[in-house]
Design a protein around this ligand. Structure first.
Ligand code: ZN
Length: 415
């Protein structure tokens, strides 16, 4: 077949034209860098920076300092205090009060449940928490993935999916379940190695069960978070090579020394979870071990956990992460843990800030992605009205929240 010159050229010309027309739609979403004008920033690793610019390109921090690029969008954060996005390593993002105001149970219609969980995600992000770890339930996976797709505002989520416990099976079965969780998409493994604080916190999983679960997880590159209150259960988790001990209400000097020696992370939850239960008692009372006895125990638990936290602080090598154990009613108030740690626990405010940023990021093996202000890291950036290191209540006033380079909250207009 012989084409005329015009016929031969036409398709090519059409392709060229259409590519030009389509190109803007095909290009990545963010074209222009964003420049944040900063008066005071804490970098999350103990340092502070004054009067600078943070240049964000795509989802990451391009550089700190230097001239603003042309055509860049600018947010003026001077007068606010800038930090990396905060991290909650222990938030039950799915727990919520139902339409009747009670702690939600099985009877709730799924359409309502899903929306309450979205509330939790939005409130958590608006509070300045750009990453959370949920230990965990199967429904977390869909929420995690929907937020990652960018269709729902919320923190970046890591989840254990369904936790494992003493009656999950013998060591062989536990190894199998750990592999199954990984296949199901879990980011880490959650284990219950002791009873709840409401029931005294005694060890439940055997040493052999813990060794099997934590050992198998480690061989698959998964971290393990272990609910453990009694010294025996905390010790068993540490010796089994598990990554982190959660709660640890009855931790002793001996156990904290052992944990520091093994590099086991400690996640005390002293500022939000028990207070939240007590404030919302009628919404929980009558369900499971949320009985009068349980609430009396939680009341006593306030002083116990605070004293244990103070003890932990004397162990300088112990790596303390920032988890709240947020349940229904607590989401969006994850900052209360910071306030109690500094105000009542006597933690150095800069150390508390490092805990909620870089130390928590490191505990999640994400120190090269989040938890600090540095070029190449995700642009998870929060600005507070006030300086949380000088006035802890400023932690309640996140005025600007950026996650992965996208602005989700800005109480100041963009220029
Ligand atoms: Zn928990």
């Amino acid at each position: 077949m012989k084409l005329t010159l015009t016929q031969a050229l036409r398709p090519a010309a059409w392709v060229a034209l259409s590519l030009t027309a389509l190109w803007p739609a095909l290009a990545p979403a963010q074209e222009h860098p964003i420049v944040l004008k900063v008066g005071l920033a804490y970098d999350g690793k103990g340092g502070s920076i004054r009067n600078t610019t943070i240049v964000v390109e795509g989802s990451k921090i391009l550089r700190i300092g230097g001239a603003a690029p042309r055509d860049a969008a600018t947010y003026d954060l001077t007068g606010l205090t800038v930090t990396p996005g905060w991290i909650d390593t222990h938030s039950h993002i799915g727990y919520h009060f139902d339409n009747s105001g009670r702690n939600a149970g099985r009877g709730e219609p799924q359409s309502q449940s899903v929306l309450h969980v979205v509330d939790n995600a939005v409130m958590t992000l608006n509070a300045g928490f750009t990453t959370i770890q949920s230990p965990g339930q199967m429904a977390d996976k869909d929420l995690r993935d929907a937020i990652a797709r960018g269709i729902i505002p919320g923190p970046r989520i890591l989840t254990s999916l369904q936790p494992l416990m003493e009656n999950s099976g013998d060591p062989d079965r536990l190894r199998e379940l750990v592999r199954q969780r990984k296949e199901q998409g879990a980011d880490f493994i959650k284990l219950f190695a002791s009873k709840s604080i409401r029931e005294g916190g005694a060890q439940t999983m055997t040493d052999a069960q813990l060794q099997a679960a934590c050992g198998e997880a480690k061989s698959l590159g998964l971290r393990t978070l272990v609910h453990a209150h009694s010294p025996e259960s905390m010790k068993a988790a540490t010796l089994a090579g598990c990554t982190s001990v959660e709660h640890g209400a009855y931790g002793t000097d001996e156990v904290f020394s052992l944990m520091a020696e093994h590099g086991t992370y400690y996640d005390p939850n002293i500022g939000l979870v028990l207070q939240n239960y007590l404030e919302n008692k009628p919404k929980f009372l009558g369900q499971g071990n949320y009985n009068e006895e349980g609430f009396a125990f939680m009341q006593k638990g306030l002083a116990i956990t605070l004293a244990t936290f103070k003890k932990a602080l004397t162990h300088k090598d112990l790596k303390i992460v920032y988890g709240t154990d947020a349940v229904a009613g607590a989401h969006g108030r994850n900052y209360e843990e910071f306030i109690v740690r500094v105000r009542d626990g006597g933690q150095d405010p800069m150390a508390a800030l490092e805990s909620v940023t870089s130390i928590s990021a490191a505990s999640m093996n994400m120190g090269d992605q989040i938890g600090a202000l540095a070029p190449g890291l995700q642009a998870d950036i929060v600005a507070f009205d006030g300086d949380p290191l000088k006035d802890v209540t400023a932690a309640r006033r996140a005025a600007f929240v950026m996650k992965g380079g996208k602005v989700y909250k800005n109480l100041r207009p963009a220029r």
